[in-house]
Design a protein around this ligand. Structure first.
Ligand SMILES: CCCCCCCC(=O)SCCNC(=O)CCNC(=O)[C@H](O)C(C)(C)COP(=O)(O)OP(=O)(O)OC[C@H]1O[C@@H](n2cnc3c(N)ncnc32)[C@H](O)[C@@H]1OP(=O)(O)O
Length: 239
C-alpha cells in the first residue's frame, strides 16, 4: 500500500514541479512531435500496467493475462477519450448533435481522469461464455473518503463502470437505471480489490446484473451490488 501511494505522490510532485508558463509541447518533445506531425496518434490503452501498480495488481493482471491465452477471457482495453462507433451510436439519442459533438471533443472517461496512480487504476477482463467480468481495481490517494479508506462514491463509480461493461458487451447501448450497493467493509486506500460482475438475466430491454467486491485473497467481502441496465430504445430520444 505504502509503495503504490508513494509512486502516486511522486507523479503528483513531478506534475507540480513543472515550470509554469511553458506550453506542454515545449516541455515535452514527444508531445511536440505528435502535435506538429500529420501521423495519426494512437490512443493510449490505460488498462495496462504502469509504475503505480502494486505487486498485488501486477500479479493478478499476469494471472488473468494467462487465462486470456485460450480465448476464454479477454482483456478489455480502456481509453481516456476515444471517439468510437459507440460514441457515434450514442449521438443518435441526442437531439442537438452539434452540441454533443462539441462536448465530446473535450470529454474524458470519468474513471481515467487522474494521473497514473492517483485515482482509478483498473483493468477489466470479460468471459463471454459465463457473461461475467472481473475488474482488478487499485484506488489511489485522490479517492479518499474517511481517512485511509476509499470514498463510497469512488467505489460506486468503479462498480458502475465494471458492471456497466458486463452489461454493455451483450447489451450494446445501455445505461444504468438502478444501482443498489451494500457497503459491508471499508476499502483501504491504495489496496487492490477484485470486482466480480455477472449478468443474471435479460428481460426485453432490461439487463439484471449482480456484483461483489472482494479482497485479493477473497476473504473479505467489501461490497455487494445489483444493477439494472436498460438497452436504449432507438425510437426514443434521451433529451
Ligand atoms: C461502457 C460504459 C461503462 C460505464 C458505465 C456507466 C453507465 C452510467 O453511469 S449511465 C449514467 C447514469 N444513468 C443515467 O443517467 C440514466 C438516466 N435514465 C434514463 O435516461 C432512462 O430512465 C433510461 C434510458 C435508463 C430508461 O428510459 P427508457 O428507455 O425510456 O425506458 P422505460 O421505457 O422508462 O423503461 C423500460 C423498462 O425498464 C424499467 N425501468 C426503467 N427504469 C427503471 C428503474 N430505475 N428501476 C426499475 N425499472 C426500471 C421500466 O419499468 C420498463 O420496464 P417494462 O419494460 O417491464 O415495462
Amino acid at each position: 500500500m505504502l509503495r503504490s501511494c508513494t509512486a502516486a505522490l511522486r507523479t503528483l510532485q513531478a506534475l507540480r514541479g513543472r515550470r509554469e508558463g511553458v506550453s506542454p509541447a515545449a516541455r515535452d518533445p514527444v508531445l511536440a512531435r505528435r502535435w506538429f506531425s500529420t501521423e495519426k496518434v494512437i490512443p493510449k490503452d490505460h488498462a495496462l500496467p504502469n509504475p503505480s501498480w502494486s505487486k498485488d495488481l501486477r500479479l493478478l493482471f499476469d494471472q488473468f493475462m494467462k487465462k486470456c491465452e485460450d480465448g476464454s477471457w479477454e482483456r478489455l482495453p480502456s481509453y481516456k477519450s476515444k471517439y468510437t462507433q459507440k460514441s457515434e451510436d450514442f449521438k443518435t439519442y441526442f437531439l442537438d448533435s452539434k452540441l454533443v459533438k462539441e462536448q465530446l471533443s473535450q470529454a474524458q472517461l470519468f474513471t481515467r481522469g487522474y494521473e497514473d496512480g492517483l485515482g482509478f487504476e483498473y483493468v477489466i477482463f470479460y468471459n463471454d461464455d459465463e457473461k461475467r467480468t472481473v475488474c482488478l481495481f487499485q484506488g489511489g490517494p485522490y479517492l479518499q473518503g474517511v481517512p485511509g479508506f476509499l470514498h463510497g462514491g469512488a467505489i460506486a463509480t468503479m462498480i458502475d463502470a465494471a458492471v456497466g461493461m458486463c452489461a454493455a458487451i451483450p447489451g450494446g447501448i445501455v445505461m444504468t437505471a438502478n444501482l443498489n450497493i451494500n457497503f459491508k467493509r471499508p476499502i483501504p486506500l491504495c489496496s487492490v480489490v477484485v470486482i466480480n460482475s455477472q449478468l443474471d438475466k435479460i428481460e426485453g430491454r432490461k439487463l439484471f446484473l449482480s456484483c461483489n467486491v472482494r479482497s485479493v485473497d477473497e476473504k473479505i467481502l467489501y461490497s455487494e451490488a445489483t444493477g439494472l441496465f436498460i438497452k436504449l430504445d432507438p425510437e426514443k430520444s434521451l433529451i
